[in-house]
Design a binder for this molecule. Structure first.
Ligand SMILES: *[C@@H]1O[C@H](CO)[C@@H](O)[C@H](O)[C@H]1NC(C)=O
Ligand SMILES: *[C@@H]1O[C@H](CO)[C@@H](O)[C@H](O)[C@H]1NC(C)=O
Ligand SMILES: *[C@@H]1O[C@H](CO)[C@@H](O)[C@H](O)[C@H]1NC(C)=O
Ligand SMILES: *[C@@H]1O[C@H](CO)[C@@H](O)[C@H](O)[C@H]1NC(C)=O
Ligand SMILES: *[C@@H]1O[C@H](CO)[C@@H](O)[C@H](O)[C@H]1NC(C)=O
Ligand SMILES: *[C@@H]1O[C@H](CO)[C@@H](O)[C@H](O)[C@H]1NC(C)=O
Ligand SMILES: *[C@@H]1O[C@H](CO)[C@@H](O)[C@H](O)[C@H]1NC(C)=O
Length: 351
């Protein structure tokens, strides 16, 4: 009897598996996830089809990973906007302390660790560190904001809050995109990656003012590596990764956020709290149709670096091949002179 059941289950799984296979491979674009034949065996699809399909109909928590290649790229502000959504937690720089461990420096331990944090099954050491990191824990959950003293912080049920929420967000600037592959290829996870880019002349100018390592070769090298990886990952996992330009987000906040919401939630309507955040942080003004525009003029924030960058730094960056590649890929121009960079009549974008 047991044997018959097993045989029946096997036949059923083959039938369903083949159907899934047909849907996936014969109707391009019909599914959010497109699997690459060379990376996924039929067996993988089979087991996915029969054992996961029904149970994942989607009450899986949503994992949102916000990644940027460099600090000073707007990732704090961006992760704040994304976490305005009700009932979410935000892990701010969970890799900060971990990077001291050698296996994180080459990415070997990164995806496992990030997975455990997303799953709220991280080890207690991480939680103790995170709780004590005032600057980071502040972003975690609205309950933290209501904490007036350290006793309240100590009593906070960090793991409980994580387990209770269906939207878990993470902001990371210390990973490479390529290190996330094991997470992206894990079909059990409902993971969405937002890769945020900023013109390296802007981030490096700011990094330098903080006296961190502002080497254009290092900063642009990391960015080029990630941008090239992004192109590949985007093809392999089209529904799971999206790039966001800080410059375009600043210029056209509402529309960009709508696109991001479609990508994350299949719903382009922005919740009230998100609109409020945009209004207060991007200085959006109401237009005649009652919707909000964030048409700020050229001199404002996203390219304020043009007024701050020194001619030496501009030259160093624009002479670095990795920076030239990155700036070109972003569709931005090279200014090539101090007078040009200061002259806002000259557009940042190639026309
Ligand atoms: C990282 O992984 C690679 C390949 O899986 C392995 O060859 C290497 O030894 C690992 N490095 C460390 C530090 O664990
Ligand atoms: C995720 O966390 C739960 C407990 O919260 C644990 O039972 C489960 O094994 C974890 N999953 C993985 C893959 O680590
Ligand atoms: C998690 O949800 C349960 C059930 O609704 C509730 O009893 C518990 O207090 C919640 N925990 C936290 C930390 O919010
Ligand atoms: C889309 O999102 C908005 C704002 O959060 C919400 O009010 C609305 O019900 C959502 N629509 C659907 C179809 O889920
Ligand atoms: C969260 O949801 C509640 C009710 O669903 C609503 O009253 C409240 O305004 C929302 N908060 C934010 C920050 O969106
Ligand atoms: C916001 O915009 C108004 C005009 O649109 C301007 O007068 C004001 O200075 C701006 N505020 C900030 C903080 O940028
Ligand atoms: C700024 O650039 C514009 C367009 O190239 C040019 O016409 C103008 O003379 C420049 N202004 C200055 C002060 O160099």
């Amino acid at each position: 009897m047991v044997l018959i059941k097993k045989i029946y289950a096997l036949i059923l799984s083959v039938v369903i598996g083949v159907t899934v296979y047909e849907i996936v491979f014969k109707t391009p674009g019909s599914l959010d996830l497109k699997f690459k034949a060379d990376e996924y065996s039929l067996l993988n699809l089979l087991s996915f089809g029969i054992f996961e399909k029904t149970s994942t109909a989607d009450n899986r928590p949503l994992y949102i990973l916000i990644m940027s290649s460099n600090p000073r790229s707007g990732s704090t502000m961006f992760s704040e906007i994304i976490s305005t959504r009700n009932n979410s937690v935000l892990f701010f720089e969970p890799l900060w302390d971990q990077m001291k461990k050698p296996c994180f420096q080459n990415g070997n331990c990164t995806s496992t660790f990030l997975h455990d944090v997303f799953n709220c099954s991280y080890d207690q050491d991480f939680e103790d560190w995170f709780r004590a990191k005032r600057l980071f824990i502040h972003y975690y959950h609205p309950n933290v904001h209501h904490c007036g003293n350290s006793q309240c912080l100590r009593d906070l049920d960090i793991r409980g809050l994580c387990q209770n929420t269906t939207t878990r967000i993470m902001k990371v600037i210390r990973s490479r995109l390529s290190w996330l592959k094991p997470l992206l290829s894990d079909l059990k996870l409902n993971l969405k990656v937002l890769y945020l880019t900023r013109d390296p002349r802007g981030s490096i100018t700011s990094i330098k003012s903080f006296r961190w390592d502002a080497s254009p070769k290092l900063r642009c090298g990391n960015m080029l590596d990630d941008m090239q990886e992004y192109e590949k990952l985007k093809t392999t996992y089209p529904g799971k990764i999206m790039s966001v330009s800080l410059e375009i987000l600043s210029l056209d906040t509402i529309n960009t956020m709508k696109q991001i919401h479609s990508f994350l939630y299949d719903n382009s309507t922005l919740p009230w709290a998100t609109l409020e955040y945009i209004k207060t942080h991007f200085n959006a003004t109401e237009n005649s149709r009652g919707t909000m525009d964030t048409k700020k003029n050229s001199e404002i924030e996203y390219q304020a670096w043009r007024l701050k960058i020194s001619s030496t730094l501009l030259r160093t960056i624009e002479d670095e091949p990795a920076c030239v590649s990155v700036i070109g890929k972003m569709g931005h121009v090279l200014f090539r002179s101090f007078t040009n960079v200061r002259n806002y009549t000259i557009s940042l974008w190639k026309t």
